[in-house]
Design a protein around this ligand. Sequence first.
Ligand code: C5P
Length: 211
Amino acid sequence: MKILITAGPTREALDPMRFISNRSSGKMGYALAEAAVAAGHETVLVSGPCSLTPPEGLAKVVQVISAADMAEAVKAEFPSCDAAVMCAAVADYRPKNYSSSKIKKNDGEMVIELERTEDILASLGSMKKPGQLLIGFAAETDDMEENALGKLQRKNLDWIAANRLDLPGQGAESNTNTVVLYSVNGDRIVIPLASKKQVAEAILKNTGVNK
Ligand code: C5P
């Protein structure tokens, strides 16, 4: 199968020096890419800025910076893919105005106006054709199940992998993770605490990407 995977954070620039981003390390997405390659899939990785080296054997790597760059790359790749796993921590907001010169400090406070970025996963949900498998992630601190199930429906996903950000051994920067997989058919599968590599293999197996 041809599989599209996104990983890492995005950066939303304020000026040539500064950006808004998040703590995503890219580890879960890169582990998914590695597991997809190991299973023999033609694998395309679209990655935001992170310090990891892409695994060997990928069909293609597209390095992007912002949510807008990621949206463009992902929407170009998705039509030719059998499945997409959207693990990237895409910024939900970006500065409304970009300053091409470095912003100077003043004595007073400063307010930065933000605008919404495109929800890339929701865009893929509306582009999805019969036979394509779409898997999202939900990183939550509160009401994990309710939020994950809402996203599953709203974004027209087949599966969502939910994890908690506020517990030790899981989430953004950790080397381990534990996720709960929810399907549109009502499945609920708990993947217990393990390395992100093992969790990646379990996600691909349980969602039907890996046979
Ligand atoms: O709604 P929320 O941001 O929690 O949803 C998380 C899922 O949506 C992840 O799979 C993430 O990759 C995707 N997402 C996206 N574009 C955004 C925000 C989130 O593709 N702007």
